[in-house]
Design a protein around this ligand. Structure first.
Ligand code: SF4
Ligand code: SF4
Length: 103
């Protein structure tokens, strides 16, 4: 997967957290196309956190209760920098022909 280029997804703790006190059960978070959420009698639950796209905050932006939060993106950027993920992803995208630069 180009987003991580082989780096283990489970090593990056990026996924939403629901504040159940604030949740108004509007259901907007169920728009997520990655199967992160499951609707239950009590409202939404996070069932597949590591399916969440790193850096995405769409469900939080749509949440009517302002009940969805995420970790500090700066921590994620530090991991990308430390592990050289940006360079690996760029190289992979070039190899796949998705990125082309005039040389
Ligand atoms: S942040 Fe994006 S990918 Fe992650 S759960 Fe929300 S909508 Fe889905
Ligand atoms: S979008 Fe927010 S308020 Fe609406 S159901 Fe999901 S967590 Fe609850």
């Amino acid at each position: 997967m180009s987003w991580l280029s082989g780096y283990p997804r489970e090593n990056i703790k990026w996924f939403p957290t629901i504040d159940t006190e604030k949740c108004v059960k509007c259901g907007m978070c169920m728009n997520c196309g990655k199967g992160v959420y499951k609707w239950t009698e009590k409202g939404p639950e996070i069932v597949q956190p590591y399916n969440c796209v790193i850096g995405c905050t769409t469900c939080g932006n749509l949440c009517l209760g302002n009940a969805v939060s995420f970790p500090d993106i700066q921590k994620v950027r530090e991991i990308y920098k430390r592990e050289g993920i940006w360079a690996k992803v760029k190289k992979q995208l070039e190899q796949e022909g998705k990125l082309q630069f005039n040389k």
